[in-house]
Design a protein around this ligand. Structure first.
Ligand SMILES: [Zn+2]
Ligand SMILES: [Zn+2]
Ligand SMILES: [Zn+2]
Length: 257
């Protein structure tokens, strides 16, 4: 399994517009964070988890070659506003792309992207050709087993995803302030775990650093990464204070196992 972090930032991105704080003005490229999204290659499938507001720049910067399916955690703008850019992959692949999400998220996607179609485009039109599919239990994309797992993220219905392929496993939870026990049990022991870590101070809808690190410790992945990071966390400073096995992700980071 190979993953590339297309974006590791919170909803505002980092730098924040017009902010002059040390992180937003840092020369360290790892402190420049596009909105959170993950590219996964597993079992011959090319998957994108969340099509962020920055998807076009991310696809150009990190050379996303194809997209066989999209998984959406929830319908907040930072996770879905790049969905329109799938139309380029429709053309490249000459295929409809399936988009998998929970029922309330699919309802939001149908409302926001009400011009999406599964029909062929008439000449001159270039609409995204997507098939929204509701998934609330484990399913397969090719040989990849995908398990949608509910997490708490304010009042917004939100999923994390566990992916299993060829004996390898991944957990991805970019937005979460609390993980229900059944979800925690389902992620326990994955090879690679990626978890929301907004900042040091508590936040009503996101995990703060100490809680995220404690949860990652309980999940016990071989390697863990923080994502959905705000401008209060400097990459180098955060990483130097993390326990072994836990790293702060950054845009463009690729991990293979
Ligand atoms: Zn978010
Ligand atoms: Zn700032
Ligand atoms: Zn969110």
């Amino acid at each position: 399994m190979q993953i590339t972090f297309l974006g590791t930032g919170t909803s505002a991105g980092v730098p924040v517009i017009r902010c002059r704080c040390p992180v937003c003005t840092s020369p360290d490229r790892r402190n420049r964070r596009w909105r959170s999204s993950l590219y996964v290659e597993a079992g011959g499938q090319h998957l994108v988890i969340d099509t962020s507001t920055d998807f076009r720049e991310q696809a150009l910067a990190f050379n996303v070659p194809r997209v066989d399916a999209v998984l959406i955690t929830h319908a907040h703008a930072d996770h879905v506003f790049g969905l329109d850019d799938m139309r380029r992959y429709n053309v490249l692949q000459d295929a409809i792309i399936p988009v998998y999400a929970a029922a309330p998220t699919v309802a939001d996607l149908r409302r926001i992207f009400n011009y999406v179609t599964t029909a062929a485009n008439p000449a001159g039109l270039w609409r995204p050709r997507l098939e929204f599919q509701i998934r609330d239990a484990a399913f397969e994309i090719g040989s990849v087993r995908v398990t949608p797992l509910p997490v708490k993220h304010g009042h917004t219905p939100t999923l994390g995803f566990r992916l299993d392929s060829g004996g390898q496993s991944l957990g991805y939870v970019p937005d979460c302030h609390e993980m229900p026990p059944a979800t925690e049990a389902a992620f326990r022991g994955v090879d690679t775990m990626i978890l929301d870590t907004l900042r040091v101070r508590a936040h009503p809808t996101h995990l703060a650093l100490a809680d995220s690190v404690a949860l990652l410790g309980r999940l016990g992945a071989a390697r863990s990464f923080l994502t959905h990071i705000g401008h209060e966390l400097d990459h180098a400073a955060a990483e130097s204070a993390l326990p072994p096995g836990i790293r702060a992700a950054y845009d463009g980071l690729t991990v293979n196992w």
